[in-house]
Design a protein around this ligand. Sequence first.
Ligand code: NAD
Length: 378
Amino acid sequence: QRIGVPRETFPLEKRVATVPDVVEKLIKLGFKVAVESGAGEAANFSDDAYRAAGAEIIDGAAALWAASDIVFKVRPPSPDEVGLMREGGMLIDFIWPAQHPELMQQLAARKATVLAIDCLPRTLSRAQKMDALTSTAGVSGYRAVIEAANAFGRYFNGQITAAGKVPPAKVFIAGAGVAGLAAIGTAANLGAIVRANDTRAEVADQVKSLGGEFVKVDYEEDGAGGGGYAKVMSEGFQAAQRQMYAQQAKDADIIITTALIPGKPAPKLITAEMVQSMKPGSVIVDMAAEQGGNCELTVPGEAVVRHGVTIIGYTDLASRLAKQSSTLYATNLLRLTEELCKAKDGLAIVNMEDDAIRGLTVIKDGAITWPAPPLKQA
Ligand code: NAD
């Protein structure tokens, strides 16, 4: 079978679904690989590099899609792209089926088989190597700190210089999941004083191991909502949490928010009043901007200044580190392809008896198979 990798068409998207090193490995599994001319350009992978790895370069999206039995992509396909897809073809991609019911119908009408990388059952330890949500969140958390440092007018680390003593920056991280933990590690490595909070008490040790201090809300309630994710908290908890966050906002130079609850709008944790209480020149990076934002004053996709505080709501943080995120994503898809092609004969087989593959498969030969039944051990 031939795996095809088109150039991403979503505005500002710089990532690409495979990289030259991974092309070589896909070919070793028995596949042919075709890459649309220019697909890797924005992530610093040239056509020549793909060619040297054994890929065929094809001009134009229409020819690429037509030549591909399996398409690897990053962003969900546009209606135009679905129109280019081969009838009965396979697509491996971020899909977010709950948010895109029309796309699901269009793909089903093409009699497609679709593996949605965002539907991977992440709690299966066997699935970790394929977990593109985790690798993407890790890159984004790192980049959030870099964006904050770029907008902040001071050092992150404390220094004693001939020109005087410089205090370390104080960073507060709201939400210590995958992205939050990456941000904690990065900010601590830059020398900042890092504090973090999460509604799930179980993350406290992870925060500490990365060099942060876990700050508890003074209210007895745990936020674990099943599957490692958070739940919506009680009114009482939320009030206590607002009080604690108000204190942290006054003290912090940088706030990075990452709090999400599956299927719900992002909790509003940073109020306009808290922003106003921050020191001028402080920075907020709201990683939940696309899901409505954790801060009341966030403008999704933009950096704005409110009350002297820069509030960054970029929704393309992973794409801003395109080479790194593409490399990790390509490796996640390689691991998935190895699972689909155990015989190493260049044929992908979707085994619906395999829990990980079953979870990912949202459309099989034109039949919608999403949502997958819950995992037996869950
Ligand atoms: P996420 O992006 O859904 O949420 C980010 C964080 O925000 C979570 O830690 C959540 O608890 C926190 N949060 C939600 N509401 C909040 C509030 N009101 N105040 C403060 N914090 C709040 O989560 P994620 O980063 O995708 O990861 C979620 C979980 O999945 C973690 O436990 C992670 O370890 C787990 N996970 C497990 C595996 C695995 O078992 N293989 C793989 C990946 C992730």
